[in-house]
Design a binder for this molecule. Structure first.
Ligand SMILES: Nc1ncnc2c1ncn2[C@@H]1O[C@H](COP(=O)(O)OP(=O)(O)OP(=O)(O)O)[C@@H](O)[C@H]1O
Ligand SMILES: [Mg+2]
Length: 257
């Protein structure tokens, strides 16, 4: 069975407004797929719906992953299937350290129905080793693990934490929205290295970005363009370069023609 993420004719509203108007997209196992598109075209809406965000009303279509329509699953069930959404926990949680949070996330992942969570929990020493290794790859200071979750984190620190979480959970399909926003050039390289190090033939990545720059580091196999709630063009990495050079108007004209 393939582990492709298949989105078919996905439609969604916020209130009375139709935001996604029939999205068709397949993220193949073993590939990095980038979505680009103008502001307000529905990219973040799509990633929120994949994550199971409750604000959106899905009015049609399906998202198939590992043989299931994930729209019928709770967010934690999606995560158990191996889906990872890079902005899952953007809020500050005073009193919870980064280490506590990462361990809780791992243990939630390892939990199995009908088993005592104590039996499935990761041993502390093993957890610490994994965390240290991940932090090293991402060039994070060890003291970071003791800080409270997202409290006063810089944009770059939040992104690093997301990638660290991903490194530890080892998802089979990751969705990352605007991974480049707020990263300086060095951080961009480090974060990209983290993603590239995780990549393997069983894993798929959907990366949403505005800038071709990110794609110099996280090299996509496919690039799709979203406009007004639809995927209007699919191509390879050269499409991102073309967009950088020519903007979106030429595609808009072709779509409206
Ligand atoms: N909670 C909301 N309430 C009202 N409108 C919303 C809400 N969330 C999104 N929208 C609207 O849905 C449309 C798509 O927004 P979305 O955030 O998905 O776009 P995007 O492609 O991610 O844009 P950007 O490139 O600026 O991040 C926009 O017109 C936006 O105003
Ligand atoms: Mg967005």
């Amino acid at each position: 069975m393939s582990n492709d993420l298949v989105i078919r004719d996905l439609r969604a509203n916020i209130g009375d407004k139709e935001i996604l108007k029939g999205v068709n997209l397949t993220v193949r196992q073993g590939t990095i797929h980038a979505i680009m598109g103008p502001n307000g075209s529905g990219k973040s809406t799509l990633s929120h719906i994949i994550a199971g965000h409750p604000s959106y009303e899905v009015t049609g279509g399906e998202i198939i992953y590992k043989g299931q329509n994930i729209l019928e699953l709770e967010p934690d069930e999606r995560s158990h299937l191996g889906l990872f959404l890079a902005f899952q926990y953007p809020v500050a949680v005073p009193g919870v350290t980064v280490a506590n949070f990462l361990r809780a996330a791992m243990n939630a992942h390892r939990a199995e129905e009908g088993r005592d969570p104590k039996e499935t929990a990761i041993p502390v020493a093993q957890f610490r080793k994994l965390m240290r290794e991940g932090m090293k790859v991402l060039e994070m200071d060890e003291g970071f693990a003791r800080r409270y979750l997202n409290e006063g984190f810089s944009g770059g620190e939040k992104k690093r934490l997301e990638i660290l979480q991903m490194t530890m959970l080892k998802p089979s399909m990751a969705v990352m929205d605007e991974t480049d926003s707020g990263l300086d050039i060095d951080a961009l390289k480090v974060v990209s290295q983290g993603v590239n190090a995780l990549m393997n033939p069983d894993m798929g990545v959907l990366v949403i970005t505005h800038y071709q720059r990110l794609l110099n580091y996280i090299k996509p196999n496919f690039v799709s363009v979203m406009m007004e709630g639809r995927i209007v063009r699919d191509g390879g990495p050269e499409l991102a370069l073309e967009l950088e050079e020519r903007g979106y108007d030429w595609i808009r004209e072709e779509v409206n023609a």
